[in-house]
Design a protein around this ligand. Structure first.
Ligand code: NAD
Length: 478
């Protein structure tokens, strides 16, 4: 099997250490073999990124806009092929895989436009004959560290703005999804960027990831992943004074009020909790349901869950694919056990399923009779598992929904304008959905949370400029 290499200083670089990437729907299907960057190779990526910064600035903004546009066009042209690769290695359905690739293409196109829209301010000084100019400049070299659950969209929403605002990039993807990361990188390498502006270094978090965190040549780190790793990023970057942004976990609530349209509520809950196998940071894992609609909602959820087709995501009738790997499956099963021991009732699912090939298939699980203080309602599981919590009124629903260490996304299903507005205002989450699933967001507006979910400047949309640029204030006597 040929080995997919790292990309450093405009060259494809081999390595003696290689890892294989397995299809979670069929563990005998090896997707590829990927070179693991050595520490020296990571160091040379930091060096060349630093060295190529000036050349990159001199290329000018039309060049940058055209390069990003070209990358976006190729991603969109190849969305069927790249979507299939993504589904095969990550396990989300083919429709979700193609949707994610399309989103990545749109993100590059969006930032191609943003390159030309970056402006500054020219303001009068409080001192006569002095002018003040406020400009945004690139930060320098950005380390991009990404998780496995959105193998192309998350790298895109970090790499595209980093390049758009004139930075160099060292990209370290998650080891479970190197096929999509490599394919995206290969497209970027053909966009005409000067050597060293974009670098791919595949490897373990504890090795290549840690090197990025600790090297003074990396000026900023954009990280998405778990709370535990996020803490390490924050600590390392704070100590050496590097800029960082963290997008981490969630325990997202979906409130269902008595006045909700039951079909809308069930659709939001099933989509939000179980699509993409529940492996989304914005997944609805806590369904907070008012007493008057509770019985109808729970019955409809049980029927809806039992009608879901779990299987190989490349089959067009599959709605829920496999869990990413054995470690995540073990974690999901452990939490199902914890829920039962805590006194919750497992109403549906939670069983390991056999399919045509060996894979990590789990039937979507729904707990009822749960309280918000249970571990299954406080800790991020990151699988197709949701709990129902019964509440009496809006104030209790709001209070339970905010009673979490996380604050990424929160939703409410209601036909009341008053509840909708109150919830938007008083929810402590960074993103609020009314009559929509907690997961599923636009690509041109800010994304991010509060509390333990996020730290640092917002990602995506024009708000991304906050992280990928630094502000300069210049004074001139005329
Ligand atoms: P993870 O923290 O295990 O890994 C994320 C990345 O960090 C990987 O590339 C990994 O190799 C790297 N890494 C691991 N240890 C490191 C270290 N010591 N130094 C530097 N890098 C290191 O997370 P994961 O399991 O890949 O992803 C799942 C998590 O991501 C979930 O908690 C989920 O909620 C979160 N997530 C958050 C968002 C968001 O935008 N808020 C989006 C998607 C996923």
């Amino acid at each position: 099997m040929s080995v997919f290499k790292n990309y450093i200083d405009g060259q494809w670089i081999d390595s003696s250490e290689v890892i294989e990437n397995i299809n979670p729907s069929d563990t005998k299907d090896v997707i590829g073999a990927y070179a693991q960057a050595t520490n020296e190779q990571a160091q040379s990526a930091f060096d060349c990124a630093k060295r190529s910064f000036d050349e990159w600035q001199n290329k000018g903004i039309q060049f940058r806009a055209d390069a990003l546009d070209k990358i976006g066009s190729e991603i969109l042209e190849r969305k069927a092929e790249l979507g299939e690769l993504l589904s095969r290695e990550e396990g989300k359905t083919l429709a979700e895989g193609i949707g994610e690739v399309t989103r990545a293409g749109h993100i590059f196109k969006f930032y191609a436009g943003e390159v030309l829209r970056l402006n500054g301010d020219l303001v009068p000084s409080v001192r006569p004959q002095v002018e003040v100019e406020i400009t945004r400049e690139p930060v320098g070299t950005v380390g991009v560290i990404t998780p496995w659950n959105f193998p192309i969209a998350i790298p895109a929403w970090k790499i595209a703005p980093a390049l758009a605002y004139g930075n160099c990039v060292v990209f370290k993807p998650a080891s479970q999804v190197l096929g999509s990361a490599w394919a995206l990188s290969e497209i970027i390498t053909r966009a005409g960027l000067p050597n060293g502006v974009f670098n791919l270094v595949m490897g373990a978090g504890s090795n290549v990831g840690a090197a990025i965190l600790n090297d003074n040549r990396v000026d900023a780190v954009s990280f998405t992943g778990s709370v535990t790793t996020g803490g390490k990023v924050a600590q390392a970057c704070t100590i050496r004074g590097a800029k960082f942004q963290l997008e981490m976990g969630g325990k997202n609530p979906l409130v269902v009020m008595d006045d909700a349209d039951i079909d809308v509520a069930v659709n939001c809950a099933i989509n939000g909790a179980f699509f993409s196998t529940g492996q989304r940071c914005t997944a609805s894992s806590r369904l907070i349901v008012q007493a008057g609609i509770y019985d109808r909602f729970v019955e409809a959820m049980k029927n809806g869950i039992e009608a879901l087709t779990v299987g190989n995501p490349l089959n067009t009738d599959t709605q829920i694919g496999p869990v990413i790997d054995q470690a995540q499956l073990d974690k999901d099963l452990e939490y199902i056990d914890i829920g039962i021991k805590e006194g919750a009732t497992l109403l549906a699912g939670g069983e390991v399923l056999k399919r045509e090939a060996d894979g990590f298939f789990l039937s979507p699980a729904l707990f009822v009779d749960t309280t918000n203080d249970m571990r299954i309602n406080q800790e991020e599981i990151f699988g197709p598992i949701a709990s129902v919590i019964k509440v009496n009124d809006f104030e209790e629903a709001l209070s339970v929904s905010n009673d979490t260490q996380f604050g990424l996304s929160a939703g409410i299903c209601t036909t009341s304008l008053k509840y909708a507005h109150q919830f938007k205002r008083r929810s402590q989450a960074g993103m609020v959905m009314v009559n929509l699933p907690t997961a599923g967001v636009d690509y041109h507006v800010p994304f991010g949370g509060t509390k333990g979910s996020s730290l640092g400047a917002r990602e995506q949309g024009s708000y991304a400029a906050e992280f990928y640029t630094k502000v300069k204030t210049s004074y001139i006597l005329s």
